[in-house]
Write a protein that binds this ligand. Structure first.
Ligand code: ADP
Ligand code: NI
Length: 213
């Protein structure tokens, strides 16, 4: 498995070097590190988690025509590697739950799925999560915050039925909800500190916005 992990690392690095959608290698690398930490503490298969984490965004539909062809792309790559069929199936199951659209609705079926999903969600939290949120919003041309729309910021997208979003709004529609959705005890613990950091950030942000600090 060690050799396959090295192959996956090289393959994914190469894939992401050609990408301009913001799906960068460093996100994958951070998720891989968190997945290892969580797996070791939770008694999950650490190498399997590491491999699935490395592959988790390689089939993303942002750079495939659709979700299914992205999935097949990864599946095909794995088939050419020295991995047992049962492990290959397990890895694909993990990736299916983590890949974002599926991941939002589908509960992980294995401990390894929980580990990698938690690791991916952790990267949307804390200082890195805040940075990614503002990068994403800026790239899309969204405002960081709209004054006087604080109440609206606290509604979900469905509630205000509007395409418009702001970076600050994304905290309420997603980021502040993630810590209560973590699956493993280690994930919950790590998310708690990052969640608090985001709450502190928002308090400071609103204070500065109003000229209070
Ligand atoms: P992932 O790369 O983990 O699959 P996404 O592609 O959904 O996740 O999102 C990438 C990053 O951009 C995440 O940190 C997410 O919180 C952030 N993001 C997604 N949608 C928005 C949005 N509407 N506004 C601001 N940030 C967003
Ligand atoms: Ni991801």
């Amino acid at each position: 498995m060690k050799e396959v992990i090295l192959n996956a690392e090289a393959w994914v690095k190469q894939l992401f070097s050609e990408d301009s959608t913001g799906h960068d290698w460093y996100h994958t690398d951070r998720v891989r590190h968190s997945a290892k930490v969580i797996a070791e503490r939770e008694g999950a298969d650490s190498q399997l988690c590491e491999l699935a984490a490395l592959l988790h965004d390689a089939g993303d539909d942002k750079f495939h025509s659709d979700e299914e062809s992205g999935r097949l792309f990864v599946k095909q790559w794995l088939k050419g590697q020295n991995v047992q069929e049962t492990d290959r199936e397990k890895i694909m199951g993990v990736i299916d739950t983590v890949s974002f659209k599926g991941g939002n609705n589908k509960a992980p079926e294995t401990l390894e799925g929980e580990v990698v999903q938690d690791a991916d969600r952790l990267d949307a939290l804390g200082a890195i999560g805040i940075a990614r949120c503002f990068m994403f919003a800026g790239n899309r041309g969204d405002a960081m915050h709209i004054p006087g729309e604080q109440a609206r910021d606290q509604m979900t997208k469905e509630e205000y039925r509007d395409e418009r979003s702001t970076a600050v709004n994304h905290f309420y529609e997603k980021l502040l909800k993630l810590s209560s959705q973590m699956k493993t005890d280690t994930g919950k613990e790590l998310a708690k500190a990052r969640h608090k950091y985001m709450e502190d950030f928002l308090n400071q942000f609103y204070s500065e916005w109003e000229g209070k600090k």
